[in-house]
Design a protein around this ligand. Structure first.
Ligand SMILES: Cc1cc2nc3c(=O)[nH]c(=O)nc-3n(C[C@H](O)[C@H](O)[C@H](O)COP(=O)(O)OP(=O)(O)OC[C@H]3O[C@@H](n4cnc5c(N)ncnc54)[C@H](O)[C@@H]3O)c2cc1C
Length: 472
């Protein structure tokens, strides 16, 4: 089954199939191209030439934030990507200095963080990554095909040996030494596993009933470039509407309005504008009312964040890897999905290198699924930890959550005045560091001190609640 390519150092395995050609699938295909003779990436959508929104990625028209961990991984696997994106109008900004961010009731400090942030539309990013994956000589991209199930070894060795594919010509069976499921939130892997005799994974879920409503705008001609992006996050638990403006290629603004718990922004323009006016801060509306809408209003709803715990299944077949949103779909408001998809692909690379040293593919599926939680746990805790601040969010509330919430709120407030706390918060936000970054004494002491003071004084006397920090 495993064909050994002795000529190409590092490429040791036979064939791999990747299900889904979005960010997790593209990154996986790029990684697999270093290890397999032949990689087939299967995508249900047929994409035209050039960046465009598409059915299989309904989040495409909406604002996307790329955390620095995601940027690092994309840069590692596609070294010219960011340079070319900038040629096409994307911008790399300072993710603190160029951002005006009202969060948890306070304006965050604006300082030079040295952490780049990418501003562009999601289709532009994905299209550039796709082109680079397609350019790999051993990667074939099959669009307009849909994977419909798994094929397992008839001898009962517990190995996946291929996939069932619906192609425009009819149903086919394709053999593969490895199948990677990167088919996103809607992954049917639990059903497919069940169909070949395995159990469904346990699912952890937090219901947020969140909506994204987005429209492209022409900025007002007199806009002074006070910021490259303006984020008005909600202040849990009292407010659950949010709004974002981001510069994107073509000198345009991408404007997204969010609401938790079914409070969706209207999809006709007068209502969209009115919703912007209803945010707890007037800033976004003040800019928006001077801007010109230049596209349709798109809406997408996200019911929940969901982690499928494949690592807990008592039995799991060889030859199968599940990553990206198919394994864990986050609350998109925290901008973690693409970065965690990248971390999953990077982990796959590490595991495949270890397998190559062992000289076999056997054991990969078990090792990968056991280790994937290492990259999911922190972003999951951060995202769901914040969502569960809302009493309306439905999910399991672990013991001690109240204390954690008290600390998170005070930490966030402190990021408006304390450069060190702000720096450490950014490290954890961008997944550069774990919880220790915000629990170390140099952060905990000022945060606790602020907590004591907040019992005595109103927040507006302890933090910057009102004045949008000027550009650097
Ligand atoms: C509204 C919204 C906003 C978001 N904002 C951010 C953000 O700011 N930052 C961030 O990092 N992340 C964000 N995300 C998450 C991010 O888009 C995903 O985490 C990222 O795209 C990785 O997802 P994925 O590749 O695993 O799955 P997806 O992006 O969902 O892609 C799955 C792909 O698989 C294909 N497919 C599905 N089933 C099959 C099949 N049976 N056969 C063949 N192909 C199939 C689909 O057509 C699609 O192309 C957001 C998500 C949403 C919903």
């Amino acid at each position: 089954m495993e064909a050994w390519d002795l000529e190409t150092p590092g490429r040791r395995f036979g064939s791999a199939v990747v299900i889904g050609g979005s960010m997790a699938g593209l990154l996986s295909a790029r990684v697999l191209a270093d290890h397999f003779d032949k990689v087939t990436l299967v995508e249900r959508d047929v994409r035209g030439e050039g960046p465009a929104a598409r059915k299989g990625v309904p989040q495409g028209p909406h604002i996307h934030v790329l955390l620095d961990t995601g940027r690092r991984i994309l840069d590692k696997y596609f070294p010219d990507l960011f340079e070319q994106l900038q040629v096409q109008g994307a911008e790399l900004i300072d993710s603190s200095g160029d951002l005006a961010w009202h969060h948890f009731g306070v304006w965050k400090l604006r300082r030079t963080s040295g952490i780049p942030g990418l501003l562009c539309t999601r289709p532009l990013l994905e299209w550039n990554v796709l082109r680079r994956v397609k350019a790999r000589p051993n990667v074939a991209v099959r669009e307009g095909c849909s994977i419909e199930g798994l094929i397992s070894d008839e001898k009962g060795t517990g190995r996946i040996t291929g996939v069932r594919v619906k192609t425009p010509q009819g149903e086919e069976s394709w053999e593969a030494d490895l199948v990677v499921d990167a088919s996103g939130r809607g992954s049917r892997m639990p059903q497919w596993l069940e169909a070949i005799g395995y159990a469904r994974p346990e699912e952890e879920q937090v219901i947020v009933d969140l909506s994204y409503t987005t429209c492209l705008h022409e900025p007002p001609p007199h806009f002074q470039k006070e910021w490259k992006a303006l984020f008005l996050y909600p202040s849990p638990p009292k407010a659950w509407r949010a709004g974002f403006i981001s510069h994107v290629e073509g000198g345009r603004w991408l404007v997204t309005l969010n609401g938790y718990f079914g409070e969706h922004a209207p999809t006709e323009y007068a209502g969209f504008l009115e919703y912007a006016r209803s945010l707890t801060r007037p800033d976004l509306y003040e800019y928006l009312k001077e801007a010109t809408p230049i596209g349709p209003i798109s809406q997408h709803k996200v019911k929940d964040c969901r982690w499928r715990h494949y690592e807990k299944l008592p039995r799991f077949p060889e030859g199968l890897v599940i990553l990206g949103d198919a394994a864990c779909a986050f609350n998109p408001l925290y901008g973690q999905g693409m970065s965690v998809a990248g971390l999953g692909a990077e982990l796959l690379d590490t595991c495949l290198r270890e397998q190559a040293e062992r000289g076999e593919l056997s054991g990969l599926a078990q090792r990968f699924r056991e280790r994937l939680p290492e990259v999911i746990r922190l972003p999951w805790l951060l995202g769901t930890g914040m969502d569960l601040l809302y009493p309306q969010a439905v999910g399991k509330r672990p013991f001690g959550l109240g204390l954690l919430h008290w600390y998170i709120l005070r930490l966030m407030e402190r990021t408006s005045t304390d450069a060190h706390v702000h720096r450490q918060f950014y490290r954890i936000l961008h997944l550069h560091a774990g919880l220790e970054a915000v629990l170390q004494p140099s952060v905990a002491l000022p945060v606790l001190g602020h907590g004591v003071m907040s019992l005595l004084r109103p927040l507006k006397r302890l933090a910057n609640t009102e004045t949008r920090p000027p550009p650097l």
